[in-house]
Design a binder for this molecule. Structure first.
Ligand SMILES: *[C@@H]1O[C@H](CO)[C@@H](O)[C@H](O)[C@H]1NC(C)=O
Ligand SMILES: *[C@@H]1O[C@H](CO)[C@@H](O)[C@H](O)[C@H]1NC(C)=O
Ligand SMILES: *[C@@H]1O[C@H](CO)[C@@H](O)[C@H](O)[C@H]1NC(C)=O
Ligand SMILES: *[C@@H]1O[C@H](CO)[C@@H](O)[C@H](O)[C@H]1NC(C)=O
Ligand SMILES: [Zn+2]
Length: 294
């Protein structure tokens, strides 16, 4: 152990934005949207499992896994999955492992893990003590958000855009951070009066309006599975190639053209993750239902 201030300095260094997930706003929006689509059973279960600090609001704790990820080091690799450079596709067997090669240690593996914990244990008081279902709920809600952020399923070689230095208007940052935070921040300032609630409302309106014909397909998992993160990861890497990496080479300056063409992608991903989180929780907590996990 070095002197305390080295630990302190490292801590702040690690807290530099850009290595976090969808920023706080993104996760808050996703969980707020999800709340609106929960069934009565799911809402009751969520309220029962939430920590007191949430005051009954799931959205209040959806960034919790980002707050503890440097303290609970084992959870770091669970926020993303890296895919082979320039392949633009994702495969669970090939890609879902950490840098040490341990299988299932990636965002999709974590989604299966925490869904399994909740489905097997919620209605079973013996098993319930085996897992911390409060943590399982907070991890699951956060990771369903993360897997929808295109660059959380980015290339291995650039760490999902983390090593691609760009300018966002005048500010020096990296491409991953642009997608976690900067696009949402600029949208808030430019279009939503710096009010997150207004942005969430606009997305919710679109879900019931422009996207209403798509919602059922967003919610559905094939073969009646409780949870299906693999297609979400495939969508993400495809969007990463089509929109995130495109025209964002190292050293480039991203401004209006990039911002205005990518914002609709970000808003749709926030909508999809909210709807899918709710659909997943509804299946997990369907009373008496026995559904396959996988
Ligand atoms: C599954 O959840 C447990 C409890 O949080 C955790 O220790 C383990 O690392 C998780 N594994 C994966 C692959 O998410
Ligand atoms: C479950 O996890 C929460 C959040 O980390 C913690 O506050 C709580 O004490 C844990 N519960 C048990 C029984 O360990
Ligand atoms: C899904 O579940 C429904 C109702 O339980 C059942 O009728 C249907 O056959 C199932 N479909 C598949 C593909 O398993
Ligand atoms: C609403 O949907 C339209 C059409 O898909 C899209 O162009 C627009 O960006 C969306 N707005 C929001 C706030 O999601
Ligand atoms: Zn995350």
């Amino acid at each position: 152990m070095g002197p305390w201030w080295i630990g302190r300095a490292l801590f702040f260094l690690l807290m530099v934005p850009g290595i976090l997930a969808w920023g706080k706003e993104g996760h808050y929006a996703i969980c707020k949207i999800a709340e609106g689509y929960l069934t009565e059973d799911a809402l009751a279960a969520v309220k029962r499992l939430l920590p007191d600090s949430a005051e009954g609001d799931l959205a209040a704790v959806c960034s919790w896994p980002d707050e503890i990820r440097f303290h609970l080091r084992w959870s770091g690799p669970l926020h993303y999955v890296d895919t082979p450079d320039f392949k633009c596709n994702y495969k669970y067997c090939r890609d879902c492992h950490d840098t040490a090669g341990r299988k299932d240690r990636c965002v999709t593996g974590a989604i299966y893990n925490y869904t399994m914990q909740l489905t097997t244990s919620y209605h079973d008081s013996v098993l319930e003590s085996k897992y911390n279902l409060t943590e399982a709920l907070m991890f699951l809600s956060h990771f369903i958000g993360d897997v929808h952020q295109p660059l959380h399923v980015g290339f291995l070689g650039d760490e999902g855009g983390n090593t691609i230095t760009v300018r966002w208007y005048h500010r020096k940052t990296n491409l991953h951070h642009v997608w976690d935070t900067m696009i949402i921040d600029s949208a808030l300032k430019t279009f939503y009066n710096s009010d997150l609630a207004t942005m969430i409302l606009a997305i919710q309106r679109n879900i019931t309006d422009d996207w209403s014909n798509d919602v059922l397909s967003w919610e559905t998992c094939s073969s009646n599975h409780t949870v299906c993160p693999d297609p979400y990861a495939s969508e993400s890497i495809s969007l990463a190639c089509k929109f995130a990496y495109k025209n964002a080479t190292p050293g480039s300056t991203l401004s209006d053209d990039y911002f205005l063409s990518r914002l609709p992608v970000v808003e749709k991903r926030l909508a999809q993750s909210g709807v899918r989180l709710a659909a997943t929780l509804n299946r997990v907590f369907a009373s008496g239902a026995k559904i396959a996990v996988g």
